[in-house]
Design a binder for this molecule. Structure first.
Ligand code: AMP
Ligand code: ZN
Length: 465
């Protein structure tokens, strides 16, 4: 059996991966806080851990992997959104969760086996908090329960910080009920206008971190194999998860994996820089989900990745070409060994992609298809976007060859791009040129389509090339 090597943030090295139980390999990934559309950065961990999920299923068998990803549906950002919009919290979280699943399906992510919602695990969280108090790792004060960081000697080990450094560097909330400024909230009181549950400490709601410890224990057991998320979660979220679970008396995750962050055209994605966009924004602009996925996969997950317009264009061109090459081909029975070898080396997806390029130039189409499939690419269900744009196949019967049809598609792509970039003169020039050649362009919501008019003179297209 293939042995995977995975980089473990906790030990800062690549290690051979030895599952606790190869018949049930268990992975937990922190999911979204549901109050708004997922931005493009949020799609990165989803796609990274989707590839790992597919690889684990390949190596250990599809029925021998359990992947859990939560929805954080109790959070002060959600409460604030409800207050400002006047909408019930449950409506916001239900709608946003569905948006998330739809957008992630569009980028080709499989659904995890379990997608627990925090609000369904309040009882398990309360139990764990009671255990922590009983063991002297947490204390109740003024309706709050706080985790005492000084009670856990290894606090800070994952992110490599000492408690003293943290106090010096962090903007921690100093509160009269905290014994140490780094102590973090397990439970806090809720006023009557906020979501709350009865508890031994009065009506209140959980702090952010306890949900993952409680849900992972409930669904995956006291010790499991892999815990993932974005690198920004290492501290404080994952540090706090470890502290809670270890102090509750059990092991928690063996391997910690973190994806680096996504940037846009070399800059941090942020609303103030005007380069902030959601996955849905891109899909609505006509960028196929498969193209988003391809661009994401071209950078190793432990390197910062830069989303650029140039990469998007290249990805679309490559995928169009590959989809043309594998049309009508049956995939090989399994992915090529060099692809599995690359993926097994700490998810070297760029290495796997390089192997795909080689297969495409060498003409190994069955291997290309099977190997792309394990990366979630070239799957039949995601190929709709590449379909011919012409709405009428009559032209092909009247002697129009495939190449000319493709050339027209490319011209329409160029026109769509020109329109998007507000280069309207260029867009009109292409439309007029096509009209002179007898090609009728129809603008539709998801991009334009073409058909052949009454009298066609394809030689006129040369002027547009
Ligand atoms: P959040 O809903 O903000 O808790 O984020 C959900 C997931 O997206 C977490 O795993 C984050 O680490 C990850 N994430 C947020 N922003 C980015 C980004 N710019 N690049 C990559 N991952 C991100
Ligand atoms: Zn978490």
């Amino acid at each position: 059996m293939t042995t995977l090597r995975l980089y473990n943030t906790a030990t800062r090295q690549k290690e051979d991966f030895a599952p606790i139980d190869p018949a049930n390999v268990r992975m937990y990934v922190c999911g979204p806080t549901v109050y708004d559309r997922a931005h493009l950065g949020n799609a990165r961990p989803v796609i990274v851990f989707d590839v790992l999920f597919r690889l684990l299923r390949h190596v250990y068998g599809p029925d021998h992997v359990t992947y859990v990803r939560n929805f954080t549906d109790v959070d002060d950002k959600i409460n604030a959104r409800a207050a400002e919009s006047g909408r019930p919290i449950g409506d916001i979280t239900a709608e946003t969760s569905q948006w998330f699943l739809g957008d992630m399906a569009a980028v080709g992510a499989l659904e995890p086996n379990q997608m627990p919602r925090a609000t369904e695990y309040i009882a398990q969280m309360v139990t764990m908090i009671e255990e922590l108090i009983a063991k002297g790792h947490a204390y109740a004060a003024e309706g709050h329960v706080l985790f005492s960081v000084e009670s856990y000697a290894e606090y800070g080990a994952l992110s490599g910080r000492s408690v003293d450094d943290m106090i010096a560097g962090a903007r921690v909330e100093v509160a009269p009920y905290k014994r140490n400024p780094m102590d973090f909230v397990l439970w806090k009181p809720s006023s009557s206008d906020l979501p709350g549950w009865d508890s031994p400490w009065g009506r209140g709601r959980p702090g952010w971190h306890i949900e993952c410890s409680a849900m992972a224990r409930d669904l995956l057991g006291e010790r499991f194999d892999i815990h993932g998320g974005g690198i920004d979660l290492t501290f404080p979220h994952h540090e706090n998860e470890i502290a809670q679970s270890r102090c509750a008396g059990h092991g928690f995750a063996n391997v910690w994996m973190h994806n680096e962050m996504l940037q846009v055209e070399g800059k941090k994605m942020s609303k103030s820089l005007g380069n902030f966009f959601t996955v849905r924004d891109l899909l609505d602009q006509g960028v196929p989900g498969e193209v988003i996925r391809f661009v994401m996969l071209s950078t190793h997950y432990r390197k910062p990745m830069d989303w650029t317009e140039k990469k998007r264009e290249e990805a679309e061109r490559t995928l169009r070409k590959w989809r043309g090459l594998v049309a009508g081909i049956e995939p090989a029975t399994s992915p090529a060994p060099q692809v599995i070898a690359a993926l097994s080396d700490d998810l070297n997806v760029p290495g796997a992609m390089a192997a795909l390029h080689q297969m495409s130039t060498k003409g190994d189409m069955a291997d290309l298809l099977a190997s792309a499939n394990i990366l979630g690419l070239l799957r039949p269900e995601h190929g709709g976007w590449v379909e011919r744009r012409h709405v009428d196949s009559g032209g092909l019967q009247t002697g129009m060859n495939e190449q000319v049809a493709k050339d027209i598609d490319v011209l329409l792509d160029r026109r769509d791009d020109a329109k998007k970039q507000k280069r309207f003169e260029e867009a009109d020039r292409i439309r007029d040129g096509l009209a002179q050649a007898g090609i009728i362009v129809k603008d539709a919501k998801d991009g334009s389509q073409w058909s052949l008019g009454q009298s066609v003179d394809l030689s006129k297209l040369d002027a547009l090339k």
